[in-house]
Design a protein around this ligand. Structure first.
Ligand code: NZQ
Ligand code: ZN
Length: 389
């Protein structure tokens, strides 16, 4: 195990019917908030009304900015910063999934910058903002893990680069995780969110760090929790207990804890981000395409780790000498699971051909998430996109 520091300061309120606590939770931070949300699901499922009522009861004034799209755009971040400079809220409340939370984080971090370019100086140059508006979250979809971590991922709508920025001051002050508001998610969005959760676990699982048995087993238990509960929730969307399992797993999968003491990879996310930036596909479904392809390309780096994955996570039982067959069966079962949950697992199913493989591979290297388990080159990236066809 390697040494580490760990702190997860977000105050989490977890459970059914907790959204109405948002006013009380926000009160210490704000007399006026920017209420940030997406394309309207929060209005259709009643969450918006609960939030607005609770904020008003707490005496908090509201400035609204809705319309965040999946794969959130930098142009929306600029609009948000401008609005905040004009309206001077004390805090931001993100009501949504990873896209809304990430947009809110970027606005919160960009708000205090003077004479600097948030995109060029921070997202592209990987600098860290040191001051941000306080942020609260009402999480409407378990997926990205953004509700308790320091990262934000934004797509530049002009250059079509999807890039991330991280800073401790962006970590939400509080997050309400209420699984009863997740029942309005479509089967597709539920499955996409879970594919992202699985990917966050796998990015940590495939490591070169030795003697990490405790986190291996935490990751395996988390993977099995999603594998067990997702089909049940898809079968019965009102299974709030199952949704609670997925939600808690989704948060812990990406708040740093499960990767402590071990090197993490992140190349599959890098490969996916380029797909998302150009083709605007769902992040989770893109990972259901890229992760199996990545596994097929890199498994020889550490066959024993892939055998452990196949046997412990998927229960593959085969003759021990046939390492390759066990590894391939583990990868096959991963892909089949995504398929059974209604996701596409090949680029051809998304009508994506090889026209932009070179461009995506170049951007992949430029953005820097090229992997630690195996450090990938541009040529490797092209090969993995081909395996994903
Ligand atoms: O926009 P609305 O109408 O709200 O609809 C959303 C959206 O269409 C819908 N939805 C959310 N909650 C719902 C609901 N529909 C019905 N009922 C509900 N309760 O779901 C759709 C997807 O929402 P989105 O926020 O895009 O999903 P997700 O949480 O998967 O976020 C994806 C974004 O997060 C980034 C991804 O790259 C992507 O841009 N990530 C952020 C990370 C981070 N900050 O740490 C890490 C991740 O790896 C990821 O990169
Ligand atoms: Zn992800």
């Amino acid at each position: 195990m390697i040494g580490f520091t760990y702190s997860s300061p977000t105050h989490i309120v977890f459970g059914t019917n907790t959204v109405s606590q948002v006013g009380t939770l926000m009160k210490p931070y704000a007399k006026k908030v920017l209420l940030h949300y997406g394309g309207g699901s929060v209005k259709r499922n009643g969450v918006y009304d609960t939030v607005v009522t609770s904020l008003k009861e707490a005496g908090i004034a509201i400035v609204e900015l809705g319309g965040v799209v999946p794969n959130p755009r930098y142009s929306m971040v600029e609009t948000g910063i401008e609005l905040c400079k004009k309206e001077q809220p004390d805090a931001i409340l993100a009501v949504g999934g990873g896209s809304v939370i990430d947009s809110a984080k970027a606005i919160a971090g960009g708000y205090y910058l003077e004479g600097e370019d948030l995109w060029e100086d921070y997202f592209v140059a990987h600098r860290k903002v040191t001051k941000a508006l306080p942020l609260g979250v009402v999480l409407t979809i378990p997926a990205a893990g953004s509700e308790t971590n320091s990262g934000t991922v934004i797509t530049n709508d002009v250059t079509h680069y999807k890039m991330s920025m991280g800073a401790n001051c962006l970590i939400p002050k509080f997050a309400i995780i209420d699984p009863s508001i997740h029942v309005s998610l479509s089967k597709y969005q539920t499955a996409c969110g879970c594919a992202d959760i699985i990917a966050h676990l796998l990015e940590r699982y495939f490591t070169n760090t030795k003697r990490v048995d405790y986190t291996d087993r935490l990751l395996e238990a988390s993977l099995q929790t999603v594998i067990y509960n997702l089909p049940r929730v898809l079968e019965n969307p009102n299974d709030v207990d199952g949704r609670a399992e997925l939600a808690w797993c989704g948060t812990l999968a990406h708040n740093g804890l499960l990767g402590k003491g071990r090197e993490e990879d992140w190349a599959s996310h890098g490969l996916q981000h380029e797909l998302g930036a150009i083709y605007d596909i769902n992040h989770g479904e893109g990972l259901a395409v890229m992760f199996p392809a990545w596994m097929k390309y890199v498994w020889k780096q550490d066959p024993k780790r892939f055998v452990q994955y196949a046997t412990r996570v998927w229960g593959v039982q085969m003759a021990e000498h046939d390492e390759e067959a066990i590894v391939m069966e583990g990868i096959y079962r991963t892909e089949q699971f995504f398929k059974r949950c209604g996701l596409r697992t090949r680029l051809s199913e998304m009508d994506i051909d090889d026209t932009k493989f070179e461009e995506m591979a170049e951007k992949f290297v430029f953005c820097g998430k090229t992997g630690k388990f195996v450090k990938l080159t541009k040529e490797d990236a092209v090969e993995i996109y081909r395996l994903a066809q």
